[in-house]
Structure formats: C-alpha cells, structure tokens
Design a protein around this ligand. Structure first.
Ligand SMILES: Nc1ncnc2c1ncn2[C@@H]1O[C@H](COP(=O)(O)OP(=O)(O)OP(=O)(O)O)[C@@H](O)[C@H]1O
Length: 243
C-alpha cells in the first residue's frame, strides 16, 4: 500500500477551550475517496479546518508522510462572503498558489486553465461578473473551479451540493469520479444515500471519528451518527442491517 498523503494523529480540537474533536485519527491515501458524514455540530468542518491548517489543534499532529501536498478546498456555502468585490474569473485566479500576493502576475497558461474550468462548470457567461451577483449554486461552482486550479493531490469539498441543481450535482459526481483517478477526495455531505453510492469509504464524525474501509452505512456508522438514518447497502439483501 502507498504511504498516506495526510494524516491526523490523536487530534483534539475545538474553539475557546471547548473540545469539539477528541482523539481523532485519520489517514488519507492518494487513491482515497472518503465520504464524511455525521450529525450537525459533530465536527466535520472542524476536522476539515484542522486538516487545512486553519485551526490549530489542542493536541495531536497533522502529518504529510509523502511530503508537502497541495490541497484544494471548496468551503461550505455558509462560510462564503458574497460581498467580497471580486469577479468569478478573479476568484478562480486567486486560488493559484504560485502567485505573489503583492504582485500577482498570471501567465497566459494560467488564465487559460481558469477559463477552461469556468467553461467546464457552465459559468462562461458569468466569468466577468462579481460573485455577489451569482446564485448559490453558481457560487459553489466558482469555488469548485478555485479548488481545482492547482490540480491538488487532495480535494476537500464541504457540502458541495447545498445549492447546486440536480443536473449539475450528477455532473459533479461524475467529474469527481474522474478526478479521483489522480487525486484523493474528501467529501463532506449530509446526503448519506448519494454519498454512499459515490465514495469508496465512509468516515462518521461525531466528536470522535468512526472510520471503516467500505462505503456501507453499517451498525458502527449508525451508532456514531446517533440519529435516525436510513441504512444504505450495496450488498445482497440477506446482508442488510436493520435500522
Ligand atoms: N468559530 C467557532 N467558534 C466557536 N464554536 C464553533 C466555531 N465553529 C464551529 N463551532 C462549534 O463547533 C461545533 C462543531 O461545528 P462544525 O461546524 O465542525 O460541525 P459540523 O459537523 O460541520 O456541522 P454541520 O453538519 O452543521 O455543518 C459546533 O457545536 C459549532 O457550534
């Protein structure tokens, strides 16, 4: 097996001294497609923030055993400031990691790549519009382009389907499958049914992390979720676990 590209080791984290995550361990491998589920307030976004280095844990280590990696991040819609005066094209370009923030010179190639992504997500006609004029789903698409601009080794998507319509959602999931051919994906979602048919493995975050190496919503996941949840199975009916 390959080495993990990112690892959370005995992480405890939270805010203002309150603990949200307690003793969390998670290894992410290059070919992983992990669905992260869990009840509201369970700590999914907090775990993502720790992985991204935005939130410093109280305890534990974040490791990158294969060396430094590029992470692409699509934040949860509620965390996006729509009033920021920036166009769609500028938003996507702002994700280019080699840019010098004091003197951001964007090459022709980089501009082309940004526009390709914008076209691919159906936003061509909105490229020059301020992000404040986009619908919720269009804004999520724009942030998806930004997350992908550096061809990351790890793509983290926090609830990417909050606003997008069914057509784009289907397209997005197909696209993610292709992307997973060359990047690891961590997908946070409440849509347990869809997620379990999409991802390779499921991690349930409820202050602790229950991680098992399959995409079945089994008894362990149900216990971790601690809320009514329909069992999703891809096995033969005789293996189905009753809720
Ligand atoms: N900046 C913050 N300051 C203080 N508390 C916070 C902050 N951000 C999150 N929390 C608290 O941490 C807990 C976990 O929040 P988090 O956003 O990680 O949960 P989640 O599992 O992503 O939830 P949801 O499913 O609702 O998106 C919640 O109780 C929340 O109120």
């Amino acid at each position: 097996m390959n080495k993990p590209i990112a690892e959370l080791e005995n992480i405890s984290a939270g805010y203002q001294g309150e603990t949200v995550l307690s003793d969390v361990n998670l290894k992410i491998y290059p070919e992983d497609f992990i669905g992260v589920i869990g009840p509201n307030g369970g700590g999914k976004t907090t775990m993502v923030k720790v992985l991204l280095g935005i939130l410093r844990p109280y305890k534990g280590r974040i490791l990158f055993p294969s060396g430094k990696i590029t992470i692409g991040y699509l934040p949860q819609a509620s965390q996006i400031d729509r009033s920021f005066p920036i166009t769609v094209e500028e938003l996507v370009q702002s994700g280019i990691k080699s840019l010098n923030p004091l003197w951001p010179r964007i090459s022709k190639e980089q501009k082309k790549k940004c526009l390709e992504l914008i076209n691919q997500t159906g936003l061509a006609e909105y490229a020059k519009r301020p992000i404040g004029q986009l619908s919720g789903g269009q804004l999520q698409r724009a942030f998806l382009c930004r997350a992908l601009i550096n061809e990351p080794q790890l793509l983290i998507l926090d609830e990417p389907n909050t606003y997008v319509d069914k057509n784009f959602e289907d397209e997005l999931y197909k696209w993610l499958k292709v992307l997973n051919g060359h990047m690891a994906i961590l997908l946070v979602s409440h849509d347990v049914g869809t997620i379990s048919s999409m991802v390779k493995t499921i991690a349930c975050v409820n202050h602790q992390v229950h991680y098992h190496h399959s995409n079945e919503v089994d008894e362990g996941v149900l216990k971790c979720y601690n809320a009514p949840l329909k069992v999703v199975t891809h096995k033969q009916p005789e293996n189905l676990i009753k809720p």
